[in-house]
Structure formats: structure tokens, C-alpha cells
Design a protein around this ligand. Sequence first.
Ligand SMILES: *[C@@H]1O[C@H](CO)[C@@H](O)[C@H](O)[C@H]1NC(C)=O
Ligand SMILES: *[C@@H]1O[C@H](CO)[C@@H](O)[C@H](O)[C@H]1NC(C)=O
Ligand SMILES: [Cu+2]
Length: 239
Amino acid sequence: MRSSCLLAGLIGMALAQSNTQSNNWYSASVGSSTTSTSSSVASTSSSTTPTLISLSTPSSTQITTTTTSTSTTSSSPSSSSASSSTAVPLRATAIVTSYNGTNVHGGVIFEQADANSPTIITYDFAGNGPLGQRGIHIHRDGNTDCLAAGPHFNPAGINHGDINAAVSHAGDLGNIPTDSQGDAKGSVSAKFVSLSGPNSVIGRTFIIHGGRDDLGTGTGDSNTTGNSGLRVACGIIMA
Ligand SMILES: *[C@@H]1O[C@H](CO)[C@@H](O)[C@H](O)[C@H]1NC(C)=O
Ligand SMILES: *[C@@H]1O[C@H](CO)[C@@H](O)[C@H](O)[C@H]1NC(C)=O
Ligand SMILES: [Cu+2]
């Protein structure tokens, strides 16, 4: 059952983050997200977004009540608190739903201790092919139509590379391994990913690809895309 594997993994992951309402954010959204098709994203997103935000937002994060468009690249609503140099932990989530008929799906939690710290990105996916490598990125534009999410988020305007590499896009998150069941669970620390300020990733799109990212070492579009293959699932990063 597609939703049960998500619930097991994501609720466990969310509870580990010690947010007392974390067990609700996923279950509240899974009912409608699993019935959606990739082409009906606008209506699905606008109906689930308010619930997701209200349940998932910790008390330290401001809530925006106008996040209904799937095509906005909003800057972080918490950027004002970051500029006042308070050490408030920042948190965001992305519900990642399948695209173009794949079965890849899951969730991602982003946590940053303060505006100058790396962001810890904890992910839990199912539905991939087994025993492979999958490129993951943050793409520039917020859109649940994965193909419309634009290129990698690259505010520095430099070449594609590995996560945390000096020459890399801020949205480059490297490869993650899939296990024998096609699941991928883990955590990475991304020093160029921020949840506040002008280069915030909030409102942008997390994408998992169908292939391995060559991390800029390959041919063709390597310096732009890493030749990571099709966009098989994605979700907008929300505070
Ligand atoms: C959708 O999947 C098919 C089959 O894998 C592929 O040929 C096509 O390019 C994909 N389209 C998009 C928009 O990803
Ligand atoms: C990628 O960029 C590097 C540095 O500019 C260059 O040496 C390399 O040839 C480029 N690779 C491709 C495939 O264009
Ligand atoms: Cu990508």
C-alpha cells in the first residue's frame, strides 16, 4: 500500500525531530496527495497547502497565509527574523509526490540551527529502482509540476557539482543510494542551503531524479544538470 510505507517512514522521521505536531503534517496531506495526478497539481496543491503549513509550522516560524500559487518563488517569510540575528532554529518540509507515472514518493525535512549554519536535510523515499544512485537537487522555481520548476537553484551562477563543493549550485545535493527495496533514507548536511535570507530555498522545489548525478564530471550538460535523468518526483519546500 503506497501510503502506509510513507506513513511508517515519515512519521518515524518526523517524531525523531521532536516536533509534537509532526505526526500530523504528513498524515493530513497524504490522503489527497496520493490521489493526485501530476497534471492536476494546481488544485491539489492549493487544497492541501494551508493544512500542511498550519500543522507543520513550529511556533518559531512565521506563517504566511497566501501560499497558494504553485508557481511563485517566494522568499522566506522568516528572513526578517534571520536578519535580526536571533538564533531561532529554522525548519521546512517538502512532501515529494510522484511525477509522470512513476511511483517515487516521500518526504524531506530541512533544519538549520541558525542563518549561518549548514542545513540538515533528512529524506525518506520509496518507489525507486533498487541499489542505485539518485541525484537530488533544489530547483529554482516553486512548482509541483516538476518539469516547470526551472533549473537548479544557482544564485552564484557557477557550474554544477557535488553537495558542498566549492564549485556547485546551492541546490546541488549530490546522490543518495537506494536500497534493495528501492527505498532511500538518510540525512545530509548542506552548507550552501539556507532557510532564510535572499538565498532561501523556501518556496523552491525539491526534485529527485531517475538517475545518478555525474556531479559535473561528465559530458554534455554535466555542468548544468549533472545528467541526472528524468524528474521522477518533486515537492515544494514549505516553512
Ligand atoms: C515521462 O516518462 C516517459 C517514459 O519514461 C519518458 O519518455 C518521458 O520523457 C517522460 N516525460 C517527462 C516530462 O518527464
Ligand atoms: C565543465 O566546466 C569545466 C570548467 O569550466 C570545463 O573544463 C569542462 O570542460 C566542462 N564540461 C563540459 C562537459 O562542458
Ligand atoms: Cu534536478
